[in-house]
Every structure is written in structure tokens, then in C-alpha cells.
Design a protein around this ligand. Sequence first.
Ligand SMILES: [Zn+2]
Length: 241
Amino acid sequence: MNWGSLDFVRNTPKAELHVHLGGCIPTSIAKIMLQEFNTDAIRNIDLDGSLSVLNPVSSLSEYLKLRQGLDYIPRGKTCLTQMFGAALDALARDGVVYAELRHSPFKVAKLNDLSFRIALQWALEALDRAKSAFPHIQARLILGIDRANVNIALVHEVLDAFDWLDRPKEIVGLDVAGDESFGITSELAVVLRKATNELGLGITIHAGEIGPPENIWFAIEECDATRIGLGYRPPVTAQVV
Ligand SMILES: [Zn+2]
């Protein structure tokens, strides 16, 4: 057995704890979905250039802007089901047996004009359908909150919907992600602590991705985060000794 071979790595059972649903689906599938969702909103997007980032970029904001095409899917429940199916397919091919997929109910509700109860039900049903095709993968959901678009009332609504659905075991946590130049307010920190203390949700926060170490401390001490993504900011200048 070649312990250093790609096949060995692929075939070794793995847990994937940091994967975003949109970032997990093949570009070719995302492109087809966007072509079907042919509205004014995406007419100016370069479908070939907006889904893959193949060259180095200077900032996270630039990276997110280049991938803005993903902001316009899923469109419809079938589309969401296909996204989960494509994601689990990709994970299965990499030998993943446990995955926590980060997924935004805010985006799904807004794009499809849904209540959060329905948006969460869509996600649970889509995940269930995808899991039936890949029964060897245990898949869970982490609900994503975008740093740049936080609406506390809507976060409360999502948590209420989670509670109303009897706190499904497939939903295991909350994530705060996106452009770190948007700080986490103390108001959101209170809601995150409530979510973990009263609803049993884990808290993971993208901090220290482009921001300073203080953001990581804030996530741990003020938001009760037990997992940090990514916690590593490349040095602004490299010094050769
Ligand atoms: Zn991430």
C-alpha cells in the first residue's frame, strides 16, 4: 500500500467539518442552474468567469465578488435538492463519511420568497433525498449568517423556525461567515449565546480569516464559538531572514 498516494488519501474515511454547500458543487452544474435562472439579476454576470477562482486574488472581498454567481442559487426546491446531491457526490468521491454542510436559509428564503420554516423544511428534505443516494455519508447542516447582511430580527425568526420544527438533529449549528470587515455586533453575540445555551446549537465563526486575532477572541469569549474558521491570516509582509 502506498501511504502517500492520492488513492490512499481518497479512500481513507474522513470527516469534513468546513464545507460550504455552494462551494462544493461542480462549476458545470452551477452554471446550468444559473442559465435556467435567467433573470435581469444574473444577466451581467460572466458565467464562465464568476464561478471559479483560478488565479490569486488580493483580498477575500475580491474572491467573494468573483464567486457572486453562487448568490443566485438555489432557485426552487428541485435546484436545492440537486445542489445537495452534487455536494454529497463530490464528498463521496473524496472518501468523506461525515460532513457538516454550511448552508444559508436566509438566501434560500429571500431568493424563493419563502418563510424560514419552509426554507428549513426544503433544506431538510433536500438533504434527506441526497442522503438516500449516499447512505454511507452522515450529513448535517450548519446554518450560515452573512456578516455583511445581518438582520437580528431575521436571525430570531430562523431560530424560532428551528424550534418550531422540533429542533431537527440534522441541524447542528450556526456559522457567521463572509467579509470580516463587517464586525459582529454585541447584539448578534447575545443571540448566538442564546442559540447555544437554549437551543443546543454549536457556534462556529469565520474569524481571523482576514481580520486580526481580536476577532478570534471575540468569537470565543463573546459568542461562545467552539470552532473557528479559519483562524489564520497570512502575514501582510513576509520577511526573509
Ligand atoms: Zn468557510
